[in-house]
Write a protein that binds this ligand. Structure first.
Ligand SMILES: [Zn+2]
Length: 62
């Protein structure tokens, strides 16, 4: 009955894993390939974490 909570099913665009943890609103973390997922304009964009701690956008060609 209570539909206030909107559940978003996030699937990692890199490894297709559903083992996704939420960090904060519109920011998720893939436990399978250790990348961060950000929602931009309704699309999930993946960022890898470099060894120096910076984020690098991961492009995946379909
Ligand atoms: Zn992943």
């Amino acid at each position: 009955m209570n539909k206030n909570k909107k559940e978003t099913l996030i699937i990692c665009p890199i490894c297709q894993s559903r083992d996704i943890g939420i960090l904060r609103q519109n920011l998720w973390f893939c436990r399978a390939c250790f990348c961060e997922l950000v929602e931009k304009s309704g699309k999930i964009v993946a960022f890898g974490i470099e060894q120096d701690g910076s984020l690098k956008k991961i492009e995946k060609s379909a």
